[in-house]
Design a binder for this molecule. Structure first.
Ligand code: HAM
Length: 384
């Protein structure tokens, strides 16, 4: 989570928000300038170089962890958030860009959010083409400075491409007749991203071209993409983004190696996926007031857990009726209840909560075997 500050300044871009405004930076005791990592692509390349480049072939790695950006906190935008991502380093083939995008699509399907998300793609060309486009865009916008908002005016000389994703209406109007990146792209750049899009569409993933998609980090060339909610909801709703970064490894002083990858925001995905955490368990164990000691109840729970069963232990006590009611409200399959009568007989009552099969009373020593047996008879009954 901690990196040397210098690792990010140049690579992510001195003029990007992520470095200029949002990097948490501070001096270590010996004066070394450290920072909290704002993203993991640059650290991945740093780690790869430190590990001797991990061999000569294409390296595919993944990560999951906390990232930090000093943003204005709001819904879906946090100062500490989590990303998972994957990077494929060592090949210029558009196949890898396509593979990364298909990996995202597969994850969205597994999470049940594929229908909610839209894929936008753009082609940022080569370094030379970007420099040429930068000039064209500057020339155009210098004739329209009156329409530009403060942020866009500040970026006009330092990072004009970032003006393209402005949300300001007047700035957008000034951009309406601006030249497009596509005008400066040579055949090789065109072919690379066209090939990527053809491959993913062949695999059933639809890509929408967005000539304004520039991303918030400066290390990209050729393919860039974002997954977000469609239409107006898109603002601030990107759940994942990525692209190709062929000169980044060399820039951090590592062996030159092209790469492509993505990162997804876990908090944003969770909100979208609406994954309810259900208290599903095999057994709900409840003990009536004064029936057995807490230590004995814990030992019974542990005997069930040792047998591989999941158990929710009810700590509230009360009368038998209340125990069964709470067990019914749980998401468990069986209630295991001990009242004073069961306690005296060193027994427990096991009741099915998901089907109408008969309840049973068993000796406490036989609980694990009896619970397992009733789970399978219950499963058979509900599948019928
Ligand atoms: P990024 O677009 O800056 O890309 O971040 C990726 C995702 O992280 C975003 O789409 C969003 O879901 C989530 N995210 C970013 N900032 C926040 C925040 N403040 N709060 C909550 N979620 C946030 C990168 O970080 C690149 N490293 C992606 C990449 C990998 N490019 C190539 N390889």
């Amino acid at each position: 989570m901690l990196e040397r500050e210098e690792l990010f300044a140049r690579q992510v871009g001195e003029d990007t928000d992520i470095v200029a405004k949002e990097l948490y930076r501070f001096a270590d005791r010996d004066g070394t300038q450290l920072c909290l990592r704002p993203e993991a692509t640059v650290p991945t390349l740093r780690a790869r170089a430190a590990a001797g480049n991990l061999g000569a072939g294409t390296v595919r790695v993944w990560y999951f962890g906390a990232m930090f950006r000093r943003e204005r906190p709001q819904r879906g935008r946090y100062r500490q958030f989590h990303q998972f991502g994957a990077e494929a380093v060592g090949s210029l083939s558009p196949l890898l860009d396509a593979e990364i995008i298909m990996l995202c699509a597969r994850i969205w399907r597994e999470l049940g959010v594929a229908d909610k998300l839209e894929l936008q793609v753009n082609n940022l060309g080569s370094a030379d083409e970007r420099a040429a486009y930068r000039k064209l865009l500057q020339q155009h916008l210098r004739t329209r400075t009156d329409d530009l908002d403060e942020a866009a005016r500040a970026r006009l000389e330092t990072n004009p491409l970032r003006i393209l994703d402005s949300k300001d209406e007047d700035t957008l109007a000034a951009l309406a007749d601006a030249p497009e990146m596509a005008e400066v792209l040579g055949p090789a750049s065109r072919k690379h991203v066209d090939d990527v899009v053809a491959m993913i569409e062949d695999c059933g993933v639809k890509a929408i071209w967005n000539p304004r998609l520039v991303r918030g980090l400066d290390y990209y060339g050729l393919t860039v993409f974002e997954w977000a909610l469609p239409g107006d909801e898109r603002r601030q709703s990107a759940v994942a983004g990525g692209g190709r970064y062929d000169s980044l490894a060399a820039q951090i002083g590592a062996a030159d190696a092209p790469g492509v990858g993505f990162a997804a925001g876990v908090e944003r995905l969770l909100e979208l996926a609406d994954l309810a955490v259900e208290e599903q368990a095999d057994a709900y164990l409840a003990v009536a007031d004064g029936a057995i000691e807490p230590a004995d109840a814990l030992r019974l729970c542990e005997s069930l857990r040792n047998a591989g069963l999941s158990v929710i232990e009810d700590l509230k006590g009360g009368k038998m009726k209340a125990l069964f009611r709470r067990a019914d409200q749980s998401k468990a399959s069986l209630a295991v209840v001990i009242g004073t009568r069961e306690a005296a007989a060193k027994a427990a009552t096991i009741k099915h909560l998901r089907c109408s099969l008969d309840q049973r009373e068993v000796g406490q020593g036989d609980l694990p075997a009896a619970v397992k047996e009733m789970l399978s008879s219950g499963a058979a009954a509900t599948n019928r």
